[in-house]
Design a protein around this ligand. Structure first.
Ligand code: NAP
Ligand code: MG
Length: 495
């Protein structure tokens, strides 16, 4: 897919409610090519009215959807997986243009999304309650869906985010109203074309727009029975408060500042450095999971740093759709400014800039903010090592003492992921046990296996996605007890 015309996009998109795009007669916002700044579509800026219509549609669809057999929901999820697979190249190209990530990565996103639809197609059938005999009868603990789920997602990996939210919710028998991010709505809106052909009307509804408008209306809507959010910890707090106000359950997948730890006994330094670079540069550095604090043992520090700097300087920076690009532009000029600002903060707080630190001009991509892979030698207490930058910026921290290193690795408000490299199994296990992180990867990074729980410790979130357990977040338990004949109460009131 070389040109925007080939992507099959509409000129305008309204909210997707009851399996149809609504006419656009209110305010809209632009979807821009993140490299050139060219407008590629206009999207309805949904507000309370559209959110209300979507919630009503989802509420109307709920009784019939929850009554479907899990096998039927499973079959429809498999159809969605097949439809996305057949359309994968186009959907991935749309994301590449919309958010500036290279095709290899956006293709992978859709692969993850497909695997989620398939995973929850299977999980839907095996998600069971439990039961046990009681004197004179039986107790059954049933898992029941909540109803309408309000879901809000960010822009960095839109296909994965949409699948992580939609698949478990509907597998469990809920219906959905989802707000995509204003920076990355297009592939989710295009997914609706498949949804409309597969699911009953109202099961999945999409309300594009801004967080403070559509997002706030969704979290405040009295018809929403469960909230699920992925995004920054700051907005996560706002969502959590909205849930507290209405006393509905809230699951949160939030930010990260993950440690990636190199022990002195590594055998293949080059392979470890490749992982460290990948952990920094995947998603152009805009990943919640990014391993942006690299703890390197003193004994291998110089060897690692030399290779790291040389490797980062070889990275091909270019347009998202250019075939040899490894690192592309950040999602928006604002995000670019934010990352450059952090690079300034790093310099000002005395971190040593080892490579990068500057913007790079790419021909024909004047709107895009391309930032050279940036490596700082830093201390863990510095802001660049404590705060989520969301760009290709790595802080390298030297360590000697194991206990102190663990303390520093855990010494952030986040706890999403961690990586570690060692050839000693006992060391790997003991260290993994001590790290405060929802995912620990040993001798690799970003190893997301379908079915492995994905969630954050500390300020990185509440709940786990990507796994069977996720279905529990989308259901409540109901105890039903049966007596085979009417039993005498604990005491007879009229006696
Ligand atoms: P963000 O600013 O928190 O936005 C996330 C979503 O929330 C967007 O759709 C946004 O709408 C919406 N929103 C903003 N304010 C809102 C409000 N008052 N009420 C309701 N919704 C509101 O995050 P971001 O900058 O887009 O994404 C980056 C963040 O997401 C990073 O912190 C990253 O670590 C995190 N993230 C976490 C995971 C994970 O699984 N743990 C995965 C990916 C990303 P707009 O369209 O207006 O922005
Ligand atoms: Mg945003």
């Amino acid at each position: 897919m070389s040109s925007i015309q080939d992507l099959g996009l509409s000129e305008t998109y309204g909210a997707f409610i009851d399996n149809a795009f609504q006419p656009v007669d209110g305010p809209t916002f632009a979807a821009l090519h993140s490299g050139t700044g060219e407008q590629i579509a206009r999207i309805a800026r949904c507000g309370a009215a559209e959110v209300d219509a979507a919630v009503q549609a989802a509420a109307k669809a709920f009784p019939a959807w929850r009554a479907t057999a899990p096998e039927e929901r499973s079959a429809l999820l498999l159809k969605l997986a097949a439809a996305v697979e057949a359309d994968q190249q186009r959907l991935a190209s749309i994301d590449s243009v919309d958010i500036g990530r290279r095709l290899f990565e956006t293709g992978l996103d859709h692969q993850f999304a497909i695997s989620q639809y398939r995973y929850f197609a299977a999980a839907a059938i095996t998600h069971e309650g439990f039961g046990r005999p009681i004197p004179g009868g039986y107790m059954v603990a049933r898992r029941e869906p909540y109803g309408v789920c309000g879901q809000i997602i960010p822009w960095n990996v839109p296909a994965i985010m949409a699948a992580f939210k939609i698949a478990p919710a509907i597998a469990a028998g809920n219906t959905v109203v989802l707000k995509p991010d204003e920076n990355a709505s297009l592939s989710t809106l295009e997914l609706c074309r498949h949804i409309a052909k597969i699911f009953p009307p109202g099961v999945i509804n999409i309300v594009p727009g801004f967080g403070e408008e559509a997002g706030a209306a969704l979290t405040a809507h009295p018809g929403v029975a469960k909230l699920a959010f992925t995004g920054s910890s700051e907005v996560g707090r706002i969502i959590s408060r909205a849930g507290a106000e209405r006393l509905v359950p809230v699951s949160l997948e939030l930010g990260g500042k993950s440690p990636n730890i190199i022990f002195p006994d590594i055998e293949d330094i080059d392979a470890v450095v490749d992982n460290a670079m990948f952990a920094t540069l995947y998603c152009n550095g805009q990943s919640c999971l990014a391993g942006t604090r690299l703890f390197v043992h003193d004994a291998v520090y110089d060897a690692v740093m030399d290779r790291l700097v040389a490797g980062m300087e070889r990275v091909k920076v270019g347009a998202a759709l250019a075939p040899d690009t490894v690192l592309s532009n950040l999602v928006s000029p604002e995000q670019g400014e934010r990352v450059m600002n952090y690079i300034g903060i790093g310099k000002a707080e005395g971190a040593r800039l080892m490579t990068g630190g500057q913007r790079i001009a790419v021909e024909g991509q004047a709107h895009g903010h391309f930032i050279a892979p940036t490596v700082f030698e830093a201390d863990n207490h510095m802001r660049i090592a404590q705060e989520e930058i969301f760009g290709p910026v790595l802080s390298v921290i030297r360590w000697k003492d194991h206990d102190r290193m663990i303390e520093e690795a855990n010494g952030v408000r986040y706890g999403l992921a961690a990586g570690l490299y060692t050839s000693n199994l006992r060391n790997a296990w003991d260290t993994a046990e001590r790290l405060q992180a929802g995912s620990v990867w040993i001798n690799h990074y970003f190893n997301l296996a379908s079915g492995s729980p994905f969630g954050g410790f500390k300020e990185s979130g509440i709940g786990s996605e990507y796994c069977h357990e996720t279905l529990n977040m989308y259901t409540h338990l109901k105890a039903v007890t049966i007596q085979t004949r009417v039993a005498a109460p604990w005491f007879a009131p009229k006696a």
